[in-house]
Ligand binder design. Structure first.
Ligand code: 13P
Length: 335
């Protein structure tokens, strides 16, 4: 796979006014989301729900691609069309989550490291055959008393770079995701310092491991106040802090940056993205790769009437995609 092809895919992922929908919850995570709305976590419920999301009419107007989970990449629509083929035929790029989740980092209480490198080359080969053209790996950084440590940041960055190099070798664009969690009572300045240290480490590791930035997408958290911080930074401060942090750490050659929603309210996630883009022109397209902030409303409606509410739920998916697509251009009008 040439770097030109990887770069082309990466640029298509962040095409103007388009972003990514994250549909890559593990079976355990989707189980928690289903439990919260009273739905049984069966394979067929997962399939039907993912079909609802991915077959939303006109979704590709604002969505360039979707991140799927292993099971979903192997599933099909009710008419028997594999989801990856359905997406490609409807102008959306299939992506795949390839990490196997976090485990406690031995010797570092309260900190996590992401696993999934063993056997990854062979899995990537299979995912490519199944139609995936980009992959995602999420590292999780906790903020708390005396954490994160430099060790935690660096081992996670090292794993992200190993994953990214393997993806490029196998023809998939790596979506490199270091998530600094919003959990905790830290202020926005602390979030800034931690995010800056994390991004410096990640780009250092990518460089050391010969990852080609032209064929890489960064998926990052925004710089926001901790959820339990008494003083919550407003939209403008979040936008300015996030952009400053990215400008001081991310090389301009990167094709694009997308944000995760990380537990922000739907409207907050849109308002922040819009405010960030209104501060432009910026060195890279800045768009979205939201999971919860794209799905919350749809899941609630669907759960109330699985057979009857598909259309209504899809309307909310389209509405969230449209709002976030406009925010990616700095043209969201609110509401
Ligand atoms: P959220 O937008 O719900 O944080 O999910 C995005 C994602 O893919 C996290 O890994």
């Amino acid at each position: 796979m040439s770097i030109e092809q990887l770069a082309e895919t990466a640029l298509a992922m962040v095409a103007p006014g388009k972003g990514i929908i994250a549909v890559d919850e593990s079976t355990a995570t989707i189980g928690k989301r289903f439990a919260a709305v009273g739905i049984d976590n069966s394979e067929e419920h997962r399939r039907v729900y993912r079909e609802l999301l991915l077959t939303t009419p006109k979704l590709s107007e604002h969505i360039s691609g979707a991140i799927l989970y292993d099971e979903t990449l192997r599933q099909s629509t009710r008419d028997g069309v594999p989801f990856a083929r359905y997406m490609a035929e409807h102008g959306m790029i299939p992506g795949i989550k390839v990490d196997s989740g976090t485990v406690p980092l031995a010797g570092f209480p309260g900190e996590l490291v992401t696993e999934g490198l063993d056997g990854l080359r062979a899995r990537l080969q299979e995912y490519y055959r199944l139609g995936a053209r980009f992959a995602k790996w999420r590292a999780v950084i906790n903020i708390g008393d005396d954490i994160p440590t430099g060790t935690c940041i660096d081992v996670n960055a090292h794993a992200l770079a190993r994953y990214a190099a393997l993806c490029q070798e196998q023809g998939l664009v790596p979506m490199v995701e270091p998530e600094v969690l919003m959990d905790g009572d830290h202020d926005i300045e602390t979030a800034y310092e931690v995010t800056e240290a994390v991004l410096r480490s990640v780009f250092g590791a990518l460089y050391e491991q010969n990852v080609l930035l032209e064929g890489t997408i960064l998926k990052t958290s925004m710089v926001v106040s901790g959820k339990d911080c008494a003083e919550q930074a407003d939209v403008q401060e979040v936008a300015e802090s996030t952009l400053m942090c990215l400008k001081s750490t991310v090389p301009a050659i990167l094709p694009g940056i997308v944000f995760l929603s990380g537990g922000q309210g739907d409207e907050d996630a849109t308002a922040h993205l819009d405010a960030i883009n209104r501060l432009g022109p910026n060195p890279w397209p800045l768009s979205f790769s939201y999971g919860r902030a794209m799905q919350q409303a749809a899941m609630a409606l669907w759960a109330k009437d699985i057979a009857g509410n598909t259309g209504k739920a899809q309307e909310t998916v389209y509405a969230r995609a449209r709002a976030n697509g406009l925010a990616a251009l700095g043209q969201w009008q609110g509401g």
